[in-house]
Design a protein around this ligand. Structure first.
Ligand code: NCN
Ligand code: DMD
Length: 350
């Protein structure tokens, strides 16, 4: 599917299915509202699927999109750029945190080279879809051409489509890219209107001086390009990253197929803002897995109107927080499938 056909396929949540889920919740053997946020989540997922109860979110795949960043040259990350490629090899070998969490949760891991600077060795779960060996330095020129940004968005759409065609009932976002919290902050500033200082964080761990410098780098890039939120391809091209653009497409693809997509941390949240800028109704497919410690994540989720399921102080990326949230999503849906009603179980009502 192209971006255009994907956007045309995205529809609002189905109100009758949501009403049916709300009504069913009122008849299940529990005090009304006692499952808190899980009730609203299950109602939203019924609206997405257009049926009550909605499908259980299994099988599920976390797609880890990897890319490198020209802005790394500005000294915005304490880590060398080659760690991106090295961690991709670690994902493929099954040795990263996301792999351990995925085995625990029964989630498949797929790794996509969207824009890693160093050529990678293949593996059964590695898709070589490299669009460019890292973005350009956004402080000097646009990070991507519009064509490259569109190609990355359509890569994400294709990956979502492929996974859904293979039977996935839930998609999870993952990312890997040294320096990618810098474009994430820039995207979040553009799409929410927040000041760079409000959305720039310490990423993998930087001191106060480096944080101040990183904030200035982002402000300078925004001043140079003045990207317009109404032109999401232009924004992704000016100050985005290949994994950010691909994640935006991945989220749009999930929404077009009416499959839930669990959004991981600050990189995914910035991509979710881009997806919502393309298609506001795509928010119906999004589940915020967790609240990343990175400040931009909270700003982005608030803008999207999403309440994260977990708040564990995590800031790893890789899809780790999304994978942790999957069993909660599954439990929320399972309630609508399996819990007895007051009537069927012979339990007295108040
Ligand atoms: O998911 C998050 O919220 C998150 C927060 C901070 C860092 N990360 C990960 O750390 C890397 C980017 O950090 P940095 O400091 O190099 O910009 C990248 O690989 C991300 O997956 C991820
Ligand atoms: C080691 C390491 C692992 C990561 N996973 C996601 N981002 C990362 C960044 C670093 C530096």
């Amino acid at each position: 599917m192209t971006l255009e056909t994907t956007l045309a396929a995205i529809r609002p949540a189905d109100e009758p299915a949501m009403a049916a889920a709300r009504e069913l919740h009122g008849r299940l053997t529990k005090p009304a509202g006692s499952l808190g946020a899980l009730e609203e989540l299950s109602i939203r997922l019924a609206g997405l699927a257009g049926v009550c109860p909605p499908p259980l979110p299994a099988p599920a795949t976390v797609a880890v999109f990897a890319g490198d960043h020209g802005v790394h040259a500005q000294g915005v990350s304490p880590w060398p750029q080659e760690v991106t490629a090295q961690m991709v090899a670690n994902f493929v070998a099954g040795g990263a945190v996301v792999n351990a969490f995925a085995r625990q949760a029964g989630v498949d891991v797929m790794v996509i080279d969207a824009g890693v600077a160093i050529p990678l060795h293949g593996g059964p779960n590695l898709l070589d879809a490299n669009i460019r060996r890292g973005t350009r330095d956004m402080t000097v020129e646009p990070a991507l051409t519009r064509e490259e940004a569109l190609a990355a968005v359509e890569l994400g759409i294709a990956v979502a489509g492929q996974l859904v065609a293979a039977g996935a009932k839930c998609l999870l976002t993952g990312d890997m890219g040294i320096a990618n919290t810098t474009p994430a902050a820039a995207l979040t500033a553009v799409f929410t209107g927040a000041e760079p200082a409000a959305v720039t964080g310490r990423g993998t761990g930087i001191d106060d001086a480096m944080l101040a410098h990183k904030t200035e780098v982002i402000a300078a890039a925004l001043a140079r390009h003045t990207p317009a939120a109404a032109d999401p391809i232009g924004v992704l091209a000016a100050v985005g990253g290949l994994e950010h653009a691909a994640l935006a497409g991945f989220i749009l693809g999930a929404a077009a197929h009416r499959v839930p997509v669990i959004v991981d941390g600050v990189i995914a949240a910035s991509a979710a803002l881009a997806a919502a800028a393309f298609a506001p109704d795509a928010v119906a497919a999004m589940v915020a897995g967790h609240r990343s410690a990175e400040p931009g994540a909270t700003v982005a989720l608030a803008h999207l109107g999403l309440e994260p399921l977990l708040d564990l102080g995590m800031r790893l990326g890789e899809g780790s927080g999304a994978v942790l949230a999957l069993p909660i999503v599954a439990s929320a849906v399972r309630v609508l499938h399996e819990v007895a009603t007051f009537d069927s179980a012979g339990v007295s009502e108040k």
